[in-house]
Write a protein that binds this ligand. Structure first.
Ligand code: BES
Ligand code: MN
Ligand code: ZN
Length: 483
């Protein structure tokens, strides 16, 4: 829980105080808070604190825990380092048993308050649903952070968006057999209940089959879960105003199909619905912010499983667009699902722009790691705007090339195209995007490959703990609010 007020009060159980090295060296205390200034002076005099990046000095002053936190030289301070350093302080031992924390910033600026909110909400998120062991150390999990800032409007906006990020993370982190296509449908229904600005279209097996979304259905063949395409239409602007569509890949589990994934690759594949989760998290944020925009939130949700009905390598299927596709590899399933959802949304909703988010290729993790999503598309203006939102929100993204020549790589001898590239091991992310490109026509479109950024498998990364990151919610919200 995060709240805001504009003057330090020093009345909580703890205070976390951010300081740059420059501020510490100046010796003139930057805050109108006597006890904190005395603590700072004492720490500096005893050579215990210099304000270097990541330095932390805990003290007890007037019965309160005060943690001095260094940011390093002010010229080198970034908003990312504010998030990282603050998160570490929030999770540090001296705060474990406390529930109220006042946060005093080194400088009161809208961006810094925004970063502090994210450190509190996104940074301290942990997925603990299935941990049953009792805590013996009285750790308090639910904390109240009071951020001292004049920029309450910006900070409140950041808090709403960060809640959308964590909502998305919960969907990704929970079991694949819990978060099924039907569960995702119900999640959206619950979010939009009684909301007159949103209308919903849901396609089940019967509708998918009648309408001919044969690529999506092929992927679902081996699964015992019911497939879903969910399209929520949010009409916040006038009738004449064009729609922007967000489309997510919603593979609730991707075992690879008959081209089964090996150990080491399969364990985190419940993350393969992270694109859909980002779309749903953005929808939740939009419902709270009520922007005057026309927006579409869509995803295709299926499971790529194995049984006797599984779709087979070498077989050919026809999608909603009428194009036929040879299955070169059943593990290249996301592009099949997206091809049908993209062509369905474009044909039936005529959006002016489409942004898709998908954990599409392992090659993207190789190229950009867990730090940057891949950005590809058919419209430079839209790409630039997405990159600007990526930069502004720290949902980082980097453009990869798309040239007409890549089309040759997905040629098939027996169908219109093939779902994998004929050039093995080369430009996998570009080829995945080129496949999608074949289904968007002239509609301005951007594809975000979030295979690396959606999920952290390890102790922590930047200001994320293990598991889902909620990548895309901040980026998409920023984009839709500013365009
Ligand atoms: N869901 C995977 C991609 C993925 C990999 C997501 C790692 C998150 C982390 C996707 O469906 C997949 O399996 N892609 C294949 C494509 C290949 C068969 C052309 C891949 O990347 O190996
Ligand atoms: Mn796959
Ligand atoms: Zn997949």
């Amino acid at each position: 829980m995060v709240s805001f007020y504009d003057k330090p009060r020093f009345d909580k159980q703890a205070a976390v105080v951010l300081l740059t090295k420059d501020q510490v060296q100046k010796k003139a205390c930057p805050f109108p808070l006597k006890p904190v200034c005395e603590a700072l002076q004492a720490a500096v005099d005893a050579s215990q604190f210099e304000g270097g990046k990541g330095e932390m000095f805990p003290a007890v002053i007037a019965g309160k825990v005060v943690i001095l936190v260094g940011l390093g030289k002010s010229a080198d301070v970034s908003l990312t380092s504010v998030r990282i350093v603050l998160r570490r302080a929030f999770l540090s031992n001296p705060l474990k048993k406390l529930s109220t924390v006042e946060v005093i910033l080194h400088e009161d600026h809208a961006d810094i308050a925004h970063a502090a909110v994210e450190a509190a909400i996104i940074g301290t998120y942990a997925w603990k649903k299935y941990i049953t062991r009792k805590k013996d150390d009285q750790t308090v999990d639910i904390k109240f952070y009071y951020i001292v800032t004049r920029f309450t409007k910006e900070a409140s906006l950041a808090a709403v968006i960060a809640d959308g990020v964590n909502f998305s993370r919960d969907l990704v982190n929970d079991n694949a057999d819990t978060v099924t296509p039907e569960f995702l449908e119900k999640t959206v229904r619950d979010l939009i209940k009684n909301n007159k600005t949103v209308s919903l279209e849901v396609l089940g097996r019967k509708e998918l089959s009648a309408k001919g979304l044969g690529l999506l259905l092929a992927v679902n063949q081996g699964s015992n879960k019911k497939p879903r395409v969910v399209i929520a239409k949010y009409s916040g602007a006038g009738k004449g105003s064009p729609f922007t569509a967000f489309v997510g890949k919603g593979l609730t589990f991707d075992c690879g199909g008959l081209n089964l994934k090996p150990s080491g690759s399969i364990e985190t594949m419940r993350e393969d619905m992270s694109g859909a989760a980002a779309v749903i998290g953005t929808l939740k944020t939009v419902l709270a912010l009520k922007p005057k925009k026309n927006l579409i939130f869509a995803f295709g949700a299926v499971e790529n499983a194995i049984d006797a009905n599984s779709y087979k390598p070498g077989d050919v299927f026809k999608g909603y667009s009428g194009k036929t596709v040879e299955i070169g590899n059943t593990d290249a399933e996301g592009r099949l699902v997206l091809a049908d959802v993209l062509s369905y949304v474009i044909k039936n909703y005529s959006p002016a722009k489409v942004i898709d988010l998908a954990t599409l290729t392992g090659a993207c993790v190789v190229a950009l790691g867990h730090d940057y999503a891949g950005v590809l598309g058919n419209n430079d203006d839209l790409i630039m705007k997405i990159l600007a939102s990526a930069h502004a929100t720290d949902d980082r993204a980097w453009q990869l090339p798309m040239y007409p020549e890549y089309k040759d790589a997905i040629k098939s001898k027996i169908a219109d195209i093939k779902n994998i590239s004929n050039v093995r091991g080369a430009a996998g992310t570009v080829c995945g995007a080129e496949f999608l490109h074949q289904f968007v026509g002239e509609t301005p479109w951007v594809h975000l490959d979030i295979a690396g950024t959606a999920f952290v498998d390890g102790d922590s990364h930047w200001y994320y703990g293990h598991g889902a990151t909620g990548y895309g919610v901040r980026l998409c919200t920023n984009y839709l609010l500013n365009n």
